[in-house]
Design a protein around this ligand. Structure first.
Ligand SMILES: *Cc1c(COP(=O)(O)O)cnc(C)c1O
Length: 413
């Protein structure tokens, strides 16, 4: 058989589990619900505890079903190793909990998933300093770096306004300065983009979104791309330097964020995500082609004030998206002209479901300023370019014509 990297994206995912022995020739990795894992020999038990022999100990630190999913994510991202968490937020929390200390500084994109932004605010009250920058221009990132900077954090395509970070240049800057570059790849997914190609050291994925895809399980992951030199990172405890340096970061994250903090993913959710992942390329292709068609239709409509979608030539970072991403993603947002009430428009949709979440098979719509960005207030919304009428659409896999018809009919009173 060929090695996994010689196969295409979907083939590799479909056949990944079978590369390791599975009981009874099972095609899927079974769901292991055991909380603890026993050994016949006391010395072997001790050796597993001491990290000398690979093996499972207690479900909080790892589980065979979750490990099979971690393996798939690592393959998708072409990384060194991955750790799964209970949610995408748990993965981001894990990163900060395990790697940052009092006095450290983060340079973060200002265009962020709302809860990540809120988490950074919590950290800034706990001794970690944050600088938020417009990461669409590397110059802003470079200007914010201080001797205390420990990481630069960006998303690929920001939600809901779809700004794209200056990914290649920020990657080059971090490499030059020896800084850990963390990329939240949720909006693109490893199918559309691999952050390793622009020098990311750690990659975040909210598996809840496109990778699971069916909106029925929460999960998140961190992947070590293998590019970052952990010997240059001052916050690794001596305890976690027993393995080769390439593993230091993930060894510390597994110990601090899973063992100590307990943000662990359960085996049933891991199984749901793994099954969803098998069809992600097919779903994402349909979502992207639907989103492009919808964005073009809305842009041509004179009742629409603005459409934000990286696939449109009018998008400020269209050239970056065209160069780096396989397609332009399933998320778009648009603003209605004055006189059209966004609540009335949304209420007339028959197919667009009034709900948050992204990357679902079904099209989901939400009035951004009045829901997910309500808590931050009008001043911050204006600063982030979020209009009061902004509607976010997470485009699903419905038949294109049905979807376009629905968004067109919703203009009529
Ligand atoms: C949804 C999302 C998260 C958080 O994932 P959850 O699984 O909902 O906790 C993090 N980052 C981005 C970009 C997201 O869209």
């Amino acid at each position: 058989m060929k090695t996994p990297s010689e196969y295409g994206f979907t083939t590799a995912i479909l056949h990944n589990d079978r590369r390791k022995p599975i009981e009874h020739g099972s095609i899927h990795k079974p769901i292991h619900t055991s909380v603890t894992f026993a050994y016949q020999d006391a010395r072997e038990l001790a050796s597993v505890f001491q990290g000398k022999t690979p093996g499972f100990r207690y479900g909080r630190q790892g589980n065979p079903t979750v490990a099979a999913l971690e393996d798939k994510i690592t393959r998708m991202e072409d990384g060194l190793s991955s750790i799964c968490f209970a949610t995408g937020m748990a993965a981001i929390g894990a990163l900060s909990q395990a790697l940052l200390r009092d006095g450290d500084h983060i340079v973060s994109s200002a265009f962020l998933f709302g809860n990540t932004s809120s988490m950074w605010q919590t950290l800034s009250g706990q001794g970690v300093e944050l600088t938020f920058v417009d990461a669409t221009d590397v110059a802003h990132v470079a200007a914010a770096i201080t001797p205390a900077t420990r990481m630069v954090f960006v998303e690929t395509i920001a939600n809901p306004r779809t700004q794209i970070a200056d990914l290649e240049k920020i990657g080059a800057l971090c490499r030059e300065r020896g800084l850990l570059f963390v990329v939240d790849n949720t909006m693109t997914s490893p199918y559309l983009f691999r952050p390793k190609t622009v020098g990311a050291g750690l990659i975040v994925n909210a598996l809840t979104k496109s990778i699971g895809g069916h909106g029925h399980a929460l999960a998140g992951s961190l992947t070590d791309s293998g590019l970052f030199d952990w010997t240059r990172f001052p916050n690794i405890f001596d305890n976690y330097k027993k393995q080769p340096p390439a593993q230091w970061g993930m060894v510390q994250i597994r110990a601090k964020a899973l063992r100590d903090f307990g943000a662990s993913l359960g085996p049933e959710a891991a199984h749901h995500i793994a099954v969803g992942a098998e069809t992600m390329a097919l779903r994402i292709e349909r979502e992207c082609s639907n989103a492009l068609a919808l964005a073009r239709m809305l842009e041509a409509d004179d009742r629409v004030a603005a459409v934000h979608y990286p696939g449109l030539a009018s998008h400020p970072q269209h050239h970056i998206a065209s160069k780096l991403f396989r397609a332009y993603g399933g998320l778009l947002s648009f603003e209605l002209k004055d006189g059209i009430d966004c609540f009335d428009y949304l209420n007339r949709l028959q197919l667009g479901i009034l709900a948050s979440n992204l990357g679902d098979t079904r099209t989901l719509v939400i009035p951004v300023a009045h829901t997910i960005f309500y808590e931050i207030g009008a001043a911050k919304r204006a600063e982030m370019g979020i209009a009061e009428s902004l509607i976010r659409v997470s485009v699903g896999i419905e038949d294109t014509e049905d979807l376009l018809n629905d968004f067109a009919q919703a203009f009529a009173d």
